[in-house]
Design a protein around this ligand. Structure first.
Ligand code: NAD
Ligand code: UGA
Length: 463
């Protein structure tokens, strides 16, 4: 079966870049990304590439090359489902906020809506591919919804195959991750459908990187990959505290430990805890699923990874207050970075949100600077619905100089490149003395900052 038309439901951080890379590498396939959000689609279609709804290095080039040729963005969902041989479901899968499993289970309503709309408009044989991260066994729900549309309806000329094809890209490196993936995971039962999807990837990925398995193993592997990655971060963050207490150097410990090939050196950077839309939601879901199957020890084990993440952020706020003579009331702090990591404009679950809210509650005034996050987004994230005064205790800075003017401290929360070589000679002059820098990403050259009179606290080193 040769795929000619692909439709992707969901034009977000996964749908957009993933389909762009498919379109670039498969010029003979027409790829259309659809979404219910007209503003998002308008931004994907904007002539001005600076208005693309997501910032991802290298993405603009591919959009410029493929958009209007074999890559399209549209709100006309029915039409593009009708003409598709293969539909990716790439919608958001947030944690439930109310009802059974609130705070842990995944809210599958967007996946269900997508399945229903595919069931209604698909035509002929359609391969339906789970791209979203989903709880194990979700493919069963999708299949039931799709099959119900064909049952007792002989006039309907439609049939479906469901595959799982989780996405492993990380924001900020998405294009490279998509172009050079460690693996392509495909779960399913229908060999023809699996082969059709393998064929698409084989346009740019070595076939030996494609791993096929059953649906449930594929769905679960995605959750577990995220859980293992997050677990490493919580592990190294516990050790950062131990290093601060003992005088051992966190970066040297991480390096020494990571030199063991069995452990590996990636994902051992201590910091303000993991953010992003997925780690917390996916591990919460793993905890929920484990409890559901009565595996309480398993659930407790993974819950600890989340607990350590919150503890690290709480610990940082307390350390800042303690270092600044026990109070930050009426003090000014420059916040460097609001995105959950460098090279993205995404702030979902960013450690900056919790930390800034707590600093505001302690009475500080914040100058917030991030090269890619907008003032409107920060305002949304920091909104105190029940305390208007706190909503006015921060300002958006357009430059580093702006952010540093008259502040008592600078707090580095995101590891943006431009924060890795701060000009302490000039910046320290803009600050009120004594002046602190709190470096939660371990990127400041401590001696250099100290040379210009800065009092430095760094994760894993302390003062
Ligand atoms: P996102 O919120 O950026 O995008 C999801 C899009 O789906 C939104 O634009 C929304 O409007 C759209 N949508 C929701 N319901 C719809 C419907 N019924 N019809 C059409 N459009 C609809 O989310 P994301 O970050 O792209 O994540 C999507 C999925 O991929 C999640 O399951 C996530 O866990 C997984 N994932 C995310 C990443 C990442 O780095 N963000 C990486 C790998 C996997
Ligand atoms: C993560 C995974 O890395 C992807 O493989 C996965 O596809 C994706 O989640 C997903 O399912 O959504 P992402 O959240 O975009 O990708 O970014 P990461 O690079 O994993 O960073 C997550 C958080 O961990 C960031 O806040 C980052 O600063 C933090 N982190 C990462 C550390 O604190 N230390 C590290 O060593 C690495």
């Amino acid at each position: 079966m040769k795929i000619k038309n692909i439709c992707c439901i969901g034009a977000g951080y996964v749908g957009g870049p993933t389909m762009a890379v498919i379109a670039k590498n498969c010029p003979e396939i027409q790829v259309t990304v659809v979404d219910i959000n007209p503003e998002r689609i308008a931004n994907w279609n904007d002539e001005n590439l600076l208005k693309l709804p997501i910032y991802e290095p290298g993405l603009d080039k591919i959009i410029a090359q493929c958009r209007g040729k074999n890559l399209h963005f549209s709100t006309d969902i029915p039409n593009f489902i009708k003409s598709a041989d293969l539909v990716f479901i790439s919608v958001n899968t947030p944690t439930k906020t109310s009802g059974i499993g609130a705070g842990q289970a995944i809210d599958l309503k967007y996946v269900e809506e997508s399945s229903r709309i595919i069931a209604k408009y698909a035509n002929g044989h359609t391969i339906v591919v789970e791209k979203s991260t989903l709880p194990v066994k979700t493919a069963q729900t999708i299949k039931e919804i799709l099959d119900a549309s064909t049952m007792n309806n002989e006039e309907e000329n439609k049939s479906f195959s469901v595959l799982s094809n989780p996405e492993f890209l990380a924001e900020g490196t998405a294009i490279n991750d998509l172009v050079n993936p460690d693996r392509i995971l495909i779960g399913g039962e229908d060999t023809q459908a699996i082969n059709a999807l393998v064929e698409i990837y084989s346009n740019w990925v070595d076939k030996d990187k494609v791993f096929t398995t059953d649906l449930w193993s594929s769905e679960l592997s995605k959750l577990i990959s995220n859980a293992f990655l997050a677990q490493r971060i919580s592990s190294i963050n516990t050790i950062s505290a131990l290093c601060e207490s003992t005088g051992a150097k966190i970066n040297d410990v991480a390096l020494a430990v990571g030199m063991d090939k069995r452990i590996g050196s990636s994902f051992l950077n201590s910091g303000p805890g993991f953010g992003g839309s997925c780690f917390k939601k996916d591990i919460s879901n793993l905890v929920y699923i484990s409890n559901h199957y009565g595996l309480f020890e398993v659930a407790n084990y993974w819950q600890k990874v989340l607990d350590i993440n919150s503890w690290q952020q709480k610990r940082f706020v307390e350390l800042i207050v303690k270092n600044m003579f026990g109070t930050i009331s009426s003090k000014k702090i420059a916040i460097l970075g609001f995105a959950f990591k460098a090279n993205t404009n995404d702030t979902r679950e960013s450690p900056a949100i919790y930390i800034c809210r707590k600093l505001l509650e302690e009475g500080a005034f914040l100058n917030i600077y991030d090269p890619k996050v907008s003032s409107a987004q920060i305002s949304k994230d920091l909104n105190f619905s029940n305390n208007q005064m706190l909503n006015h205790n921060w300002s958006f800075s357009n430059s580093l100089d702006d952010a540093f003017r008259n502040v008592d401290a600078a707090l580095i929360l995101t590891e943006w490149n431009e924060f890795q070589s701060l000009e302490w000679r000039n910046l320290s002059k803009l600050m009120r003395k004594p002046a602190w820098v709190f470096d939660t990403r371990s990127i400041v050259n401590i001696e250099e900052a100290q040379q210009y009179g800065m009092k430095v606290w760094q994760v894993g080193y302390g003062n």
